[in-house]
Design a protein around this ligand. Structure first.
Ligand code: ADP
Length: 330
């Protein structure tokens, strides 16, 4: 569900009122002109018939002339109807086009606004935490355990910052078709294993289990594939409670290789399942959300999957949570 701020809601209502008022006015004006033209046509024929009867020596209108006038009257009426319908169709097509374009524009600007808010927050938090931790380490003599904890938390924040920058950079490069590809044959099994190892180092308290079929190879871009796996792992970590397990499965099924990342979080409602892959899309609103993010992660996952002839989808985990499935087609 998208919840817009009251200011945007007001703007939207104003736009809707103006739009419907203009559309109703245009259609009403079209009908009015149609009725006026038909009436004018009828009057013209009636006047012409009257003029004929008023001519000296004419008491009855010749049958041929009357037929000609009536034919002309009905031809004009057909012409008005055809032209009226064409105009109506054009107005309706234009109205639908304008409506869709405006809606798209408003959505994009709201999403961009949300993105800017989220990104500012996402940038400020790790910087503030890092600064505070470093200042504390500099000013106070801490116990080694406390010191380690602080260094680990600083590294975690630096990692988040790094991932955020990578995501933003990659999204703009992929959108602008400026990404320089260098495809090689990757040992996908090792690549996924490597991502899980790094993840475990960043989050030592998190329980991650894996079933990785060895020596599965895939032609592709190493960095992009790593980003795909990392984003899915980060999301599983972010959206599932700390004490729950994250499970990763990589296996070949005939000609396909399937990567599954499973968590036991609260899952994703069916109505949101297709939307979460849109750019900047985040479930809920900025005002009510308490998880960090920008709405770019899954958009990039989808782009990367498409780039590697793969598709990505999400299903429900049992008894709860989500399973993100990437199917690579060879
Ligand atoms: P971000 O995590 O930065 O918000 P993403 O594009 O990675 O952006 O995800 C989009 C949205 O999909 C998230 O805001 C979240 O609501 C939902 N989501 C993603 N992964 C999960 C998950 N594993 N469990 C529950 N919800 C998820």
């Amino acid at each position: 569900m998208k919840i817009f701020s009251p200011k945007i809601n007001q703007k939207l209502t104003a736009v809707k009122v103006v739009y419907w008022a203009m559309l109703i006015y245009m259609i009403a004006a079209l009908f009015w002109w149609f009725i006026a033209l038909v009436k004018q046509n009828d009057t013209l024929v009636a006047v012409q018939l009257q003029q004929i009867t008023q001519k000296p020596g004419t008491t009855v209108i010749p049958k041929q002339t009357a037929e000609q006038l009536l034919k002309m009257q009905s031809r004009k009426r057909v012409q008005y109807i055809a032209e009226g319908l064409t105009f109506l169709a054009l107005i309706l097509i234009g109205a639908v086009y304008v409506f869709r374009a405006t809606r798209r524009q408003i959505r994009a600007s709201v999403q961009q606004q949300n993105f800017m808010m989220a990104v500012t927050h996402e940038l400020k938090t790790p910087i503030a935490v890092t600064q505070l931790n470093l200042e504390t380490l500099q000013k106070r003599k801490l116990e080694p355990a406390q010191q380690d904890k602080m260094i680990a938390s600083t590294l975690q924040e630096a990692n988040r910052l790094n991932m955020l920058c990578d995501n933003i950079l990659l999204a703009s490069q992929l959108d602008g078709k400026a990404y320089q590809e260098s495809r090689i044959e990757n040992n996908l099994s090792d690549l996924v294993e490597g991502c899980i190892d790094t993840f475990k180092q960043h989050y030592p308290l998190r329980l991650v289990t894996e079933q990785i079929e060895p020596t599965l190879y895939l032609d592709g871009e190493t960095l992009l594939l790593q980003m795909l796996v990392n984003n899915l792992l980060e999301n599983a970590h972010k959206y599932a409670p700390q004490d729950t397990e994250i499970k990763v499965i990589l296996a070949a099924y005939g000609k396909h290789v399937k990567l599954e990342v499973m968590d036991s979080g609260k899952g994703i409602p069916d109505t949101e399942k297709s939307k979460i892959f849109e750019k900047f899309y985040r479930i809920g609103s900025e005002a009510t959300r308490n998880t960090k993010g920008t709405g770019l992660g899954l958009y990039l996952c989808k782009k990367i999957a498409e780039n590697h002839n793969a598709n990505i989808s999400v299903t429900d985990n049992k008894p709860q949570g989500s399973i993100f499935v990437v199917t690579f087609n060879s």
